[in-house]
Design a protein. Structure first.
Length: 277
């Protein structure tokens, strides 16, 4: 994998193809950013990236437009991410493409996205007759945003994180709606809610909230921000078990929801869409 961010379609004028064009997908290797975090060899987490695509349309065999919502679940140990604008351009390439069935669409998505991410991905499609069954919900946990704190630092600072290392361990879920980072290339804002689930020394909540707010002027892709949060908390606060789950708001009809965990009994998180999504 030799693609670099500067070669991606991000921040550039792009022609919108409406004929099937899988070559539009732009994979980027995960390892470069993981090297920055000192993550080499065996990863300290497992997890998934859950993509929701709300703007999928194609033509049936008679030329009538069809629509669906797609969920794409990508393993965190896949070698690549796919740059989101290229993902959108790829999905738009189906707009005037005739397909015999929904199964044919799913098979193409499965093939192309598995090739792009470099690992088998799971695809599920929700058709219009099922739209009314799509549920919404919020991350559960104690809201950090209730804390009345003073903040003057807006870049990630892991040294802010504190935990009661000499006290009895606890298990708790903490949430915040104040996570904001910026696109690595364009600098456009990315908004998210985040859940920290851990067991171990109790994390100082004010320090955690200041740390999360510290991403406000940080430029990095969604997946990379979540892995940075996981790694910083793991090193600074020394929890025995840790999960970090972020629900980002959509852009261009796509939202990305990374989850990283080392809980031995962890199951994949729900894909409930939050109010801001």
């Amino acid at each position: 994998m030799t693609n670099t961010v500067d070669l991606s379609p991000l921040g550039k004028t792009s022609a919108y193809r409406t004929d099937y064009a899988p070559e539009l997908l732009f994979p980027i290797a995960r390892q470069g950013k993981r090297d920055e975090l000192g993550l080499t060899g065996t990863l300290p987490f497992f997890g998934v990236d859950i993509w929701n695509a709300y703007e999928i349309s194609w033509l049936n065999a008679r030329g009538k437009p069809q629509v669906a919502i797609a969920r794409i679940t990508v393993p965190a140990d896949s070698p690549n991410i796919i740059e989101s604008k290229s993902f959108k351009l790829y999905l738009n390439s189906f707009n005037q493409t005739r397909l015999d069935s929904v199964v044919a669409l799913k098979n193409l998505l499965q093939q192309d996205l598995s090739n792009g991410f470099g690992a088998n991905v799971h695809i599920s499609l929700t058709q219009p007759e099922e739209f009314g069954m799509v549920e919404m919900g919020e991350l559960d946990g104690l809201l950090l945003d209730r804390l009345d704190i003073e903040v003057d630092h807006y870049h990630p600072a892991p040294e802010l994180l504190k935990a009661a290392l000499d006290e009895e361990p606890v298990e708790e879920k903490l949430i915040s709606h104040l996570l904001k980072s910026n696109c690595l290339v364009t600098g456009q804002p990315d908004w998210a809610s985040v859940q920290i689930h851990y067991s171990g020394p109790q994390i100082d909540q004010e320090s955690l909230l200041r740390y999360l707010i510290g991403f406000r002027e940080h430029n990095e892709f969604h997946e990379q921000c979540v892995e940075r949060i996981f790694t910083d908390i793991l090193r600074q606060c020394q929890p025995q078990q840790l999960s970090v789950y972020a629900r980002y708001t959509r852009r261009g009809g796509l939202d990305i929801n990374p989850w990283r965990s080392n809980f031995s009994t962890a199951q994949k998180p729900s894909n409930l869409r939050g109010a801001r999504q």
